[in-house]
Write a protein that binds this ligand. Structure first.
Ligand code: ADP
Ligand code: MG
Length: 640
């Protein structure tokens, strides 16, 4: 087959343009990326060869070779891994195959938008930082190359292919020959980047970024004075003694397995002996991975069996609410030829999963107790994901509730449920919460007025997941969770902080009685629009609020379901009136003294209901009726 030329996918061209023109200060990471691809290619072949041993019969000593040629100005990275056929090449080196690279592009366009707003300068540093944060894989080599050639042959196939590009919009593919399976990536180094041809520089880069790679990375000698030398430790990090592993080693390995470029927030490295022998090296990132809330909720742990890579993203190793955990598990007992399908429902894996989950809980608990501030950062990143476990994982519910943290009306920072219980008021029986989209806004809800007056703390639950666990969990330490926006919030039994309030309580009883006729009139005016009308125990400043009746769906949950088109009809709510509010008392007086035909009462009933809806953040069902009534009431007010 002759030489054919293709255009890069538009996105790739954009990416290459950025890569080639960025002033990124850690250009040397291109070598990390190429070595990482070479090592992945060897891992893939080792796995395939488990069932097809003939694939590696001619060449089974996996290694990566670097060959720097100062005269030709080329640096060549060779592996004897799986290789690529023509289709593979088309699919991978010309498109954006990897989701990490896609995420880079997304983050980039987001960054650009804000840049324009902030500075109007499109050459700011944001894009440059992003390269470091995401690593752009193979394409990063164009930071230092004016041309790249890839010669490759897929294991088990006889034809070899040459891919060439100068990174400016096009690449070509033609048939070539290669003695055996594997890949050579030949980077033609730009003049200004000739440092990457220097042996000492290469040694340092490999030691810095790729020491953890589990197969030898060999720098070729010149055939005369210089010998070939192995640059890395060439033993998978997790197999080494903990005392021989530096923080840098862990970090490099973390960045390699996670494709994240932050620092690990927590490292959990154990060797477990016994019935199940395995090693785990797990990391919790210090920032949120971009795919945290993707609907697949895929795990990202890699499974190895006796150092042989079996699969990426093994879902059977941790519950999905731990999907932000990165790293590896290396089992000694699973059969080497286990197929990826057989991993599902495997009892040995189930045992490992149980043990790993327990281990993570105990590590997190330690962190929460010893360094609460650091733990708060963790919780802000991943709390919303962890809370999925509260309704999914009954077995670990208690452990999870123990390490859960919450915002509340009384605290600036995060509190635990035990903190909450310790601060409960005399006579308070329940753990009160309110759900909403935004903590600052939720704190202003009129439903909370009575709680504030009685100094009762209320948890502010603002993650969408909160609606789901709070109803299924029910209670903690025998205290039930109760929504502050529901009927029967039992505030009467809670002792006030001072006697004055209790005395007000007495006055209130009298007022409540005087409001009864107004309630009757409102019920006639509003009919089916409300479920009930009552005087309120929870209002101090506002005239009215809406609450869900005991047993009815929470108002915020209903809104959430409607947004997601899971629900059409509306549950009628309970309208609560503040018998202390002067507007209400005046209206009540009007009803008592009037002849029952006062048109103001009808308008007032509708306007107050609409007002309560607005405060709740709901849409008005009939905005034009609302404005008609408002105008009419104002007009009457002005003419007095
Ligand atoms: P990633 O490694 O995250 O998938 P890259 O941009 O680094 O992204 O590589 C893109 C793809 O190109 C790889 O997934 C792989 O399929 C292919 N590839 C790159 N280098 C090699 C190699 N040395 N051997 C085999 N395949 C390779
Ligand atoms: Mg890669």
């Amino acid at each position: 087959m002759g030489k054919e030329t293709f255009s890069f996918q538009a996105e790739v061209s954009k990416l290459l343009d950025i890569v080639a023109h960025s002033l990124y200060s850690h250009k040397e990471i291109f070598l990390r990326e190429l070595i990482s691809n070479a090592s992945d290619a060897c891992d893939k072949l080792r796995y395939e060869a488990l069932t097809k041993p003939h694939l590696t019969s001619d060449d089974s000593e996996f290694k990566i070779t670097l060959d720097a040629d100062k005269k030709a100005k080329t640096l060549c990275v060779t592996d004897n891994g799986i290789g690529m056929n023509r289709d593979d090449l088309m699919e991978t080196l010309g498109t954006i195959a990897r989701s990490g690279t896609q995420a880079f592009m997304d983050a980039l366009s987001a960054a650009k938008k804000t840049e324009k707003k902030v500075k109007g300068d499109k050459n700011s540093d944001a894009r440059v930082d992003l390269i470091g944060q995401f690593g752009v894989g193979f394409y990063s080599a164009f930071m230092v190359a004016d041309k790249i050639e890839v010669t490759t042959r897929r294991a088990g196939e006889s034809r070899a292919w040459l891919w060439v590009s100068d990174g400016r919009g096009e690449f070509s593919i033609e048939e070539t020959s290669r003695e055996s399976h594997g890949t050579d990536v030949t980077v033609h180094i730009k003049k200004e980047d000739k440092e990457y041809l220097d042996r000492v520089r290469i040694q340092t880069i490999v030691k810095t970024y790729s020491d953890h790679v589990g197969l030898p990375v060999i720098l070729k000698g010149d055939g005369k004075k210089q010998e070939d030398e192995t640059l890395n430790t060439a033993a998978a990090v997790w197999t080494r003694q903990k005392r021989d592993i530096t923080a840098e080693n862990y970090k490099d390995f973390y960045q390699h397995v996670s494709h994240m470029y932050d620092e690990p927030w927590l490292i959990v490295h154990n060797r477990v002996e016994g019935v199940q022998a395995y090693t785990n090296l797990l990391f919790i990132p210090s920032s949120r991975p971009f795919d945290l809330f993707q609907p697949e909720r895929k795990s990202q742990l890699k499974l190895y069996v006796k150092r042989v890579f079996i699969t990426d993203n093994c879902d059977e190793l941790l519950p999905s609410y731990f999907r932000f955990v990165r790293g590896i598990v290396d089992s000694e007992d699973l059969p080497l030829n286990i197929s990826r399908e057989l991993l599902q429902h495997n009892p040995q894996l189930a045992k490992i999963k149980k043990a790993l989950t327990k281990r993570l809980f105990s590590e997190l608990k330690k962190k929460a107790e010893k360094t609460p501030e650091e733990y708060a950062t963790f919780w802000k990143n991943f709390g919303a994901v962890m809370k999925e476990g509260l309704y999914e994982d009954f077995e670990n519910r208690k452990a999870l509730l123990d390490i859960s943290r919450f915002r509340s009306t009384k605290s600036d920072g995060l509190i635990s449920l035990n903190d909450y219980i310790a601060g409960m008021r005399d006579g308070q029986e329940a753990i009160y919460y309110i759900t909403g989209e935004d903590a600052a806004q939720t704190t202003l809800s009129p439903q909370l007025e009575g709680f504030k007056a009685k100094a009762v703390e209320v948890l502010l639950l603002t993650d969408p997941v909160d609606e789901f666990w709070v109803s299924s969990v029910g209670s903690f330490e025998e205290k039930v969770f109760k929504s502050a926006t529901r009927g029967g919030a039992d505030l009467k039994d809670v002792k006030s902080e001072n006697d004055k309030l209790d005395q007000l309580e007495g006055d209130r009883k009298k007022k409540v009685a005087s409001v009864e006729p107004l309630i009757a009139a409102f019920k006639i005016a509003l009919g089916e629009k409300v479920k009930d009308i009552r005087t309120s125990e929870r209002l101090t400043d506002s005239a009215v609020c809406l609450v869900a009746d005991d047993g009815d769906m929470d108002i915020h949950l209903e809104r959430l379901l409607k947004q997601h088109k899971q629900l059409n009809e509306e549950t009628p709510r309970v309208l609560e009136l503040n018998a202390d509010h002067s507007l209400i008392t005046k209206l009540a007086a009007r009803v008592t003294s009037g002849d029952g035909k006062d048109p103001i009462i009808d308008d007032a009933a509708h306007l107050l209901l609409d007002q309560a809806r607005i405060i709740e953040g709901e849409n008005l069902s009939d905005p034009s009726a609302f404005s008609r009534r408002l105008s009419s009431v104002m007009e009457k007010g002005f003419s007095n």
